[in-house]
Write a protein that binds this ligand. Structure first.
Ligand SMILES: C[S@@+](CC[C@H](N)C(=O)[O-])C[C@H]1O[C@@H](n2cnc3c(N)ncnc32)[C@H](O)[C@@H]1O
Length: 269
């Protein structure tokens, strides 16, 4: 699958932090407020953005297992105690194949950010069943949901995002990916397994000054559309040139839809 660079994760982290749904974070914080300590496994941790984003909302004594299969990203994750009361270990593991090994430890909460749109229906089912069997809490953030709006609009925008969303359904290492339907399917699955779920939007909102991330996104979308083959090279090239011109001249804003949810077994405190 396509690798995620540390530079891309660095670039998106402040936007992710701003986008995380506050009601979902409040539900997570309320559910664990009376615990003296908590053990967390962060699946597909990258460089540890989820830890940095939510650590302050959790009980002071925290034990984190940061799991990823990219050794370069794991090397940039916090591997020693970042603050008093926190224990952090990094675990190199391919969760497509060895999910169960990631969960086989004392764990209260599973966290997942910017991953679920990459996984298949079969893997999501495995994840949900493994989590529900263990009765764990789940915080799943920043799952792309296929909604993109551009300002100013361009006649080719809808065709490009259609192509990007079809590309999202390709195999990202977990089998055919759920892409834009992943969050809703995950929420429905946890509810069917007896979980109560709080969910909400966590859209990226890139303003006219957020040029670097807009340039990166456009490049990625151009490459994805090209691989799909539904648009000609000339169409993609023309769209990219017009959109880049809007970004460079400070006219462009882009919103990208995401969904966050917090799920806990019914009856769990
Ligand atoms: C979009 S990044 C999100 C990283 C991090 N959760 C964040 O929010 O910044 C997706 C992450 O999934 C990891 N990943 C993809 N496939 C994986 C697999 N099979 N096993 C473990 N990690 C995987 C990538 O290495 C990358 O760190």
């Amino acid at each position: 699958m396509k690798e995620f660079s540390a530079d891309w994760l660095d670039l998106r982290e402040p936007y992710d932090a701003r986008a995380r749904n506050p009601a979902v974070l409040d539900a997570l914080a309320a559910a664990v407020a009376d615990r003296a300590s908590i053990a967390i496994v962060d699946l597909a941790c990258g460089t540890g953005a989820t830890l940095r984003a939510i650590s302050s909302r959790l009980p002071r004594r925290q034990s984190w297992r940061l799991v990823d299969n990219d050794l370069r990203l794991l090397a940039s994750a916090p591997s020693s105690a970042p603050a008093a009361g926190k224990n952090v270990v990094t675990i190199p593991l391919d969760i497509a194949r060895e999910l169960e090994a990631a969960l086989d430890a004392p764990v209260d909460l599973v966290t997942i950010s910017a991953l679920l749109d990459l996984v298949s229906a079969a893997w999501l089912e495995r994840l949900a069943v493994e989590i529900a069997t263990r009765g764990l809490l789940v915080y799943a953030a920043l799952t792309y949901d296929g909604r993109v709006t551009f300002e100013p609009a361009d006649p080719v925008d809808a065709k490009m995002i259609g192509a990007v969303n079809r590309h999202q359904r390709g195999d990202k290492g977990f089998g055919p990916a759920l892409g834009p339907t992943a969050a809703l399917e995950a929420i429905a699955r946890f509810e069917a397994l007896g979980y109560s779920v709080v969910h909400g939007a966590s859209d990226w909102t890139f303003g006219r000054r957020d040029r670097a991330i807009q340039f990166d996104l456009l490049a990625g979308w151009g490459a994805a559309a090209l691989e799909g083959g539904a648009l000609s090279l000339a169409e993609i090239d023309g769209w990219l040139a017009r959109r880049r011109d809007h970004v460079a001249s400070g006219r462009s804003s882009i919103d990208v839809g995401h969904v966050d949810f917090f799920a806990r077994p019914t009856g769990a405190r």
